[in-house]
Design a protein around this ligand. Structure first.
Ligand code: URA
Length: 236
């Protein structure tokens, strides 16, 4: 979402100040309706007509990015930390789809397509996310069962579709666990493990639905192919 006057200016039609004048003077339509309120929010999916001319929409792009640890999942940061968008050399208005914590690494989608982002994030679309987690302690069967039964977070149940102990280190008292979930609540994985008595030392997201990090190194990205997009929209 961005302000209408900025969208008009970014499309190269005129300056932001002139765009504001055009809006106030009733020369701008959004989805067929005249809008005179400055600051009206629009998305890349809205039809914007200025003085009778339809603004060209930025072509939609969809990427998979391998986020390194120590990078923030937003478009800007008031503390000056590196953001995911800093890795992309483009004047398109990109943003990440959902979040990965600053100290987490792994796969995250980046796009300028609001409809796509909403689709991926909406819980009813059952998009799975697979994480590999290093835990303080060696996870036991009881904790695994509790995670599978569901943990109440933010007044609703968070269920692990799959939990698998991959490796354990008795000396260091740590374990590596694979966990698959569908929602994307804030710090969900860390909070789920905390609820069953384990703290997360390291967190990596390995997959979103069937998409993984194959061929990517930390800090690199690639386009999601048309075929992959189609498959993401397919319901089982
Ligand atoms: N769960 C977390 O705790 N952190 C993330 O970044 C993603 C899922």
């Amino acid at each position: 979402m961005e302000r209408l006057q900025k969208a008009i200016a970014d499309a190269g039609y005129t300056s932001r100040r002139k765009a504001e004048e055009l809006i106030i003077n009733g020369k701008v339509q959004v989805n067929g309706k005249i809008v005179t309120k400055l600051g009206t929010k629009v998305t890349t999916n809205d039809d914007i007509v200025v003085e009778g001319k339809l603004l060209k929409k930025a072509s939609k792009v969809h990427y998979l990015f391998y986020k390194p640890r120590g990078v923030i999942s937003s478009t800007s940061d008031d503390k000056g930390r590196k953001t995911i968008i800093d890795y992309f050399d483009t004047n398109k208005r990109l943003y990440p789809v959902g979040r990965l914590d600053y100290d987490a690494s792994g796969i995250i989608m980046v796009t300028n397509d609001g409809e796509f982002a909403n689709y991926i994030m909406h819980p009813s679309n059952n998009i799975t996310k697979t994480y590999i987690v290093k835990l303080n302690g060696i996870i036991n069967g009881e904790a695994i069962n509790k995670l599978k039964m569901g943990i109440i977070l933010d007044n609703s149940k968070s269920i692990a579709l799959r939990v698998k102990l991959k490796q354990k280190n008795q000396q260091k008292n740590t374990s590596l666990v694979e966990i698959v979930i569908q929602e994307g609540k804030n710090h969900q994985i860390k909070r789920m493990f905390e609820a069953v008595g384990y703290s997360v030392i390291k967190l990596k997201r390995e997959k979103i639905a069937f998409l993984d990090l194959k061929g990517l190194r930390s800090g690199q990205y690639r386009e999601i192919t048309k075929k992959e997009l189609k498959q993401l929209y397919k319901k089982d």
